[in-house]
Design a protein around this ligand. Structure first.
Ligand code: 5RP
Length: 219
């Protein structure tokens, strides 16, 4: 079974965690795209969605789902999103789709974060996937030098501007043995908007699509 089929399995399994009538937080990426398609086909009727990216907003609207502003929706019951890496302790790396800052905001405003991935994303230690860091453009070089001091090798993601008008540095060669500590430390660098470690607010539930079904990982 391909990793895309595994993603679809995890996405479909997430439907059972969506309460009827709720306002739903929706992440970004190919796994979430499967989720939006499954939600549109399902009988579940939600009151609306708060989206983490312009790309997901377009898909939600095309599926007939109203997209709401987080400033008027209040806290959300559930947030569904994918990840680039996940540990069995439910710490994540996100931001491969450059939507990490809005994803972090919507995750923070949600009571439950249901993360959906394929089997290849589950790791013992975060960091094989280069860590995305969203940076104010004028601080790019300064932030890159600070990230080198932390032991990483930052690379500017060419041709990418985030939905917030910023740039992304992808930091290679970090073995992230203390995800909460490194998340905090990187956030202290002036010019960093947010980083792709989701450990302080990690997932509450991880649904991993594999060849035989969907593994449910809880804290
Ligand atoms: C976007 C993300 C995505 O959740 C992450 O990149 C996973 O993407 P995909 O579902 O396409 O594998 O963090 O910023």
């Amino acid at each position: 079974m391909s990793s895309d089929d595994q993603k679809r399995r995890a996405a479909e399994a997430a439907l059972q965690y969506i309460p009827e009538g709720c306002i739903l937080g929706v992440g970004t990426g190919s796994t979430v795209n499967h989720f939006i398609a499954a939600l549109a086909k399902s009988r579940i009727r939600i009151s609306g969605a708060v989206s983490s990216s312009d790309a997901s907003t377009r898909l939600l609207k095309a599926a007939g789902i109203e997209v709401l502003d987080l400033n008027s929706s209040g806290d959300l019951e559930v947030y569904v999103d994918g990840a680039d890496e996940a540990t069995r302790h439910l710490a994540l790396i996100k931001g491969g789709g450059a939507a990490l800052t809005r994803e972090k905001i919507v995750a923070a405003a949600s009571r439950r974060f249901v993360c959906i991935t394929d089997r290849s994303k589950v790791v013992d230690v975060l960091g094989r996937f280069p860590l995305p860091v969203e940076v104010i453009p004028m601080a790019r070089s300064y932030v890159a030098r600070q990230l080198v001091k932390l032991g990483g090798q930052p690379v500017l993601r060419m041709g990418v501007t985030t939905d917030n008008g910023n740039v992304i540095l992808d930091v290679h060669n970090l073995a992230i043995t203390d995800p909460r500590g490194l998340e905090t430390e990187i956030n202290q660098i002036a010019g960093v908007v947010s980083n792709g470690i989701f450990a302080r607010r990690g997932a509450d539930l991880l649904l991993v699509g594999n060849d035989s079904g969907v593994e449910v990982i809880k804290p």
